[in-house]
Design a protein around this ligand. Structure first.
Ligand code: NAP
Length: 293
């Protein structure tokens, strides 16, 4: 049976927005969609979505509005009009576009000014990984808003981390996990150049990386705990071996005639930590260098 609670509007039909709308349809929601380029809704309409070309109609149609567009500016272009603002009273806005902590704070105030509840989410998965029991989504905002939208969120992913009422929490953690992923990715791609320079299979290397990633995750969890407790006594990995390892990476890149920017950056940071006297502490002590301006 369709009730008011079954109605959800999805704004933004990029690869993620289409996935979100499709998952809602599969769970029996009445899904209204709007996109700057309406043609992208063609498949979803065949699957049961109602395409709305008028943004005012998209807002009016449902109590819950999911926004998943390119960035904050795109969200503003769509929602910050007098027409839309007069329709927001009583609506629940679930922002799933990736935005910054400051933009989230500003968005929450703007929504409140217009009588809407606002909650912010950071999706930590690719479109094909959505809708699974282990799909991770970071959420922050008023608890009552979170509880009201929780059934919709659970359609998108089962591993929801509710980070509390501070709206900036989810974009902040999202930025931190992005930093981790980009750091690891650049390291991975530099590794691919090392492999190529020796004529070894990059596909085999990628398989090996996938295999060792869970144990690296466990290692980083341990290092994070050491930072949290400000305890840098050596437990797993002395910082001095990372000084040596990153210097070797740089030297090897120079010898192989491949790009050396990533190892030069890493080696310089560890050298700085060594010069500062942290060599005989746990590798997590590099945080002390990063805390300096
Ligand atoms: N894809 C992922 O793996 C992934 C993972 C986690 C989080 N996210 C986040 O999810 C959000 C959407 O990602 P996506 O992969 O769906 O991106 P996408 O495929 O590039 O789609 C971007 C969407 O934003 C709309 N848009 C862009 N600029 C606009 C503007 N100025 N005014 C109005 N609409 C505008 C596009 O409309 P048109 O169709 O008209 O161009 C489209 O609906 C992003 O914030 C992204 O960081 C994505």
């Amino acid at each position: 049976m369709k009730t008011e609670n079954n109605k959800v509007t999805v704004i933004g039909l990029g690869s993620m927005g289409i996935t979100l709308a499709r998952l809602l349809l599969q769970k029996g929601y009445q899904v209204r969609v709007w996109n700057r380029t309406p043609e992208k809704a063609a498949e979803l309409v065949k699957e049961g979505a109602i395409l709305t070309r008028d943004i005012a109609e998209a807002i009016t149609a449902s109590p819950v509005i999911v926004i998943c567009v390119y960035n904050h500016e795109a969200t503003q272009n769509i929602l910050r009009t007098k027409t839309v603002e007069t329709l927001l009273d009583g609506k629940l806005l679930l922002q799933l576009s990736t935005i910054s902590p400051k933009e989230a704070i500003e968005s929450e105030s703007w929504a409140a000014e217009h009588g809407a509840s606002y909650i912010n989410g950071g999706i930590q998965a690719a479109p094909t990984q959505m809708g699974q029991p282990d799909t991770p989504i970071l959420i922050s905002g008023k608890e009552r808003t979170y509880l009201a939208v929780e059934p919709v969120l659970k359609v998108f992913g089962g591993a929801i981390s509710y980070l509390g009422e501070k709206i900036a929490a989810s974009p902040t953690v999202d930025l931190a996990t992005l930093s981790y992923i980009y750091g690891a990715s650049i390291g991975f791609f530099h590794g691919a150049r090392i492999i190529e320079s020796q004529g070894i299979s990059v596909a085999d290397y990628a398989n090996i990386v996938a295999g060792i990633s869970p144990s690296f995750g466990a290692f980083l969890k341990h290092e994070g705990h050491m930072i949290h407790t400000e305890n840098y006594a050596i437990t797993e990995s002395p910082l001095r071996i990372s000084v040596e390892a990153t210097a070797r990476l740089e030297q090897t890149a120079l010898e192989a005639g491949i790009n050396s920017e990533f190892p030069a950056f890493a080696a310089a940071l560890f050298k700085k930590a060594h010069v500062a006297g942290y060599g005989d502490q746990e590798v997590a002590a590099i945080i002390k260098v990063l805390r300096e301006q």
